[in-house]
Design a protein around this ligand. Structure first.
Ligand code: MN
Length: 191
């Protein structure tokens, strides 16, 4: 099956000023589109051709994994953002308090993990099989599903995600992403 850019519930300038239209157009329109084009080209004539995207992420390696996981990760990232900030649902706040002490402590820990990730990659909030929430760092195209974890939210900390708007200020970008996060969607992913 062919893979396509995900349709998003907001316009390209809707996340500004936290994420500018220029950043969005490069990140979603060019970077993500390139991963998708590469993936479609690489899977042609292979057993991955008819597999859903998450199946490819779970089973592939090398260039196919890199492009499939970057397609999955970016789709998940962009679908988690919202132009109209929402209050965190009680259930999610309680789950975060259980695992991190409070929702504010979670935000601090998450920012620390995202800012502290060396090089390119993704910071993730995940749920494990026992229902415990934790934060994991993944290098490059890494995706926590391959470790048996359920992704709840993520922030892209590749430089291409923030350099136009924030230059080297990764902490400011991570803070902006937390402000743009649709906590209702995160809550809806709890197992
Ligand atoms: Mn990216």
């Amino acid at each position: 099956m062919k893979h396509f850019l995900p349709e998003l519930p907001y316009a390209s300038d809707a996340l500004a000023p936290r994420m500018s239209k220029e950043t969005f157009e490069y990140h979603y329109g060019k970077h993500l589109q390139t991963y998708i084009d590469n993936l479609n080209r690489l899977i042609e004539g292979t057993p991955y051709e008819d597999m859903p995207l998450d199946g490819i992420v779970m089973k592939s390696d090398g260039a196919i994994f890199n492009n499939a996981a970057q397609t999955w990760n970016h789709t998940f990232f962009f679908l988690t953002l919202t132009a109209e900030p929402v209050k965190m649902p009680e259930r999610l706040a309680a789950k975060l308090a259980e695992s991190f002490g409070s929702a504010d402590r979670f935000r601090e820990e998450f920012s620390k993990a995202a800012v502290g990730l060396f090089g390119s990659g993704w910071a993730w909030l995940v749920e494990d099989k026992s229902g415990h929430l934790s934060i994991v760092q993944k290098q490059n195209a890494g995706n926590p599903m391959t470790d048996g974890l359920v992704p709840l939210m993520t922030v892209d900390v590749w430089e291409h995600a923030y350099y136009i708007d924030y230059r080297n200020r990764r902490p400011a970008f991570v803070e902006a992403c937390l402000e743009l996060t649709d906590w209702n969607k995160v809550d809806g992913r709890l197992v």
